[in-house]
Design a protein around this ligand. Sequence first.
Ligand code: ITT
Length: 198
Amino acid sequence: MKIVFASSNEGKVKEIKEMLEGTGIELVSLKDYTDVPEIVENGNTFLENALKKAKIISGFTNETVLADDSGLKVDILGGEPGIYSARYAGEKATDEDNIDLLLAKLKNIPQGKRTAFFCCALVLYRTDGSFDCFESKWKGLIIDDRRGDNGFGYDPVFFVPELKRTAAQLPPEIKNKVSHRGQAFTQFKKALGEKLKN
Ligand code: ITT
């Protein structure tokens, strides 16, 4: 089975490829296409944006598409950066810029009040217009110093109390099991397995 992954985020593509190992699914990323239409992520929720990406890319490639929309929500900041996570510090912001802005906003906030969670909405969209959605969350705390070199995005400052490590300190196989994306993927693979059985 061939699936196009509707993302140009290399960190996500790497994780999704690792998660699909052994499933027999051939994952093609947007890097394999030219003239990919630009997608304006103007939905109000992760799910709306994931569905929009999946639908547009399925129309463009004429293939089954998987799309992920994800981000970080920090409680004391009223859910910021949320759906704006990728462009928190501006349209061309790097992961470093986004973390700098986040830490500046949390400057005088004590550790106990820095609760946050990652969200992931995953959509599998078929060429006949039918689709399935999977959503999950991952709780943690935002710390002031960056720790670890794995992962991407806000991983170096996302501390997971149960594991006593940041997401960037976790080996990929652990992050892929417990993360928001990992848990949404577990649901996706279960649903896929059930459909293939029927
Ligand atoms: P695509 O739309 O092309 O998939 P994007 O990076 O713009 O790429 P999103 O709009 O879904 O994707 O934004 C996701 C952002 O949320 C991402 O750039 C990170 O800043 C953050 N994020 C999501 N999942 C993350 C994770 O597992 N670890 C760290 N940061 C994450």
